[in-house]
Write a protein that binds this ligand. Structure first.
Ligand code: C2E
Ligand code: MG
Ligand code: MG
Ligand code: MG
Length: 289
């Protein structure tokens, strides 16, 4: 049985205090060894179904536990990984780990509909590397329910080479992976154009989800949701931070919310407790077990 959540905020990730900016060359050479040294951790942020406020799935988000610099957020190392090409190995590592975790959860939890996990994909992985082989390998090594491992790609990524991207994405769909259009609204493409890509979900960027400084919520939000539904896609609103945001998103017909209002990114263990809370010893004894 899925657990209803809301309200409680769990804080997991605190960037270490740093005296000086880490030097980029050092980071680059450290990053080459980070995976084999087991320094890359994956956190899971809940994606909550608004209909009943249960956890529908998680987004896998990378963190780097750097031996000297402490915990590094993606903004501090993903751009370097992208420029150097290390993102190919890093991305495959995250996808493989996340799929293994998803398979393990699905075997013990048996939720209906099944829980999903989405992972981020960088342009380099799609455009300059054989992403198809990676996805095939990951799905061969890890048994997961079809379409529950989802790849997140941004519109600027697919728009860099739309014809090629459309072909690759439909092959990835055929392999049994889901596809989410990440950070929607930050680029300039129309949703109608995006119809040529086989996305099943769009994730609306935070900037459209939270009210602006003036307190007004961007009017665009309503039309994005309506259009996505016309095109047969489900909608995740990213970055909801308050109950008021959540109520408004439900009113607009968004299916899912991912945001601090329902929790920050969690360790795999914390994530598991969120979907299947372990009864406390006392309760177990009281239940006669
Ligand atoms: P993203 O894919 O759009 O992920 C969502 C980001 O928004 C996460 O930041 C998440 O912690 C943050 N977020 C979620 N809810 C809220 C909220 O209510 N308020 C605020 N202020 N922020 C919220 P994070 O983990 O720092 O990741 C940043 C970006 O780094 C991701 O954006 C993604 O583009 C990239 N990234 C993370 N992990 C990976 C990875 O394994 N591979 C690749 N290629 N990129 C990654
Ligand atoms: Mg994402
Ligand atoms: Mg996003
Ligand atoms: Mg983003």
């Amino acid at each position: 049985v899925a657990k209803r959540i809301g309200g409680d905020r769990i804080e997991v990730f605190k960037p270490a205090l740093r005296a000086q900016k880490p030097d980029r060359l050092g980071i680059e050479s450290d990053l080459r060894r980070a995976i084999e040294r087991d320094e890359i951790a994956i956190l899971y942020q809940p994606i909550v179904r608004l209909e009943d406020r249960t956890v529908a799935g998680f987004e896998a988000l990378a963190r780097w536990n750097h031996p000297r610099l402490g915990k590094l957020a993606p903004a501090e190392f993903i751009p370097i990984a992208e420029e150097t090409g290390l993102i190919v190995d890093l991305g495959l590592f995250v996808m493989d780990r996340a799929a293994r975790q998803l398979g393990a959860w699905q075997r013990v939890l048996r939720l209906d509909p099944p829980i999903f996990v989405s992972v981020n994909v960088s342009s380099r992985q799609l455009l300059r590397h054989d992403l198809i082989q990676d996805v095939k390998g990951v799905l061969a090594r890890n048994v997961v329910i079809p379409d529950t491992l989802k790849l997140e790609l941004t519109e600027s990524l697919v728009m860099a080479n739309p014809e090629y991207a459309a072909q690759m994405l439909s092959r990835i769909r055929d392999l049994g992976a889901g596809l989410s259009l990440d950070d929607f609204g930050t680029g300039h493409s129309s949703l109608a154009y995006l119809q040529r890509f086989p996305f099943d979900t769009i994730k609306i960027d935070q900037q459209f989800v939270r009210p602006s400084a003036s307190g007004a919520r961007p009017v665009l939000l309503r039309s994005i949701v309506a259009m996505a539904h016309d095109l047969g896609m489900e909608v995740v609103a990213e970055g909801a931070e308050t109950e008021a945001d959540t109520i408004e998103l439900a009113r607009l017909g968004c299916e899912y919310v991912q945001g601090f209002v329902f929790g920050e990114p969690l360790t795999a263990e914390e994530a598991r407790r969120l979907i299947a809370p372990v009864p406390a010893e006392g309760q177990r004894a009281a239940a006669g077990r």
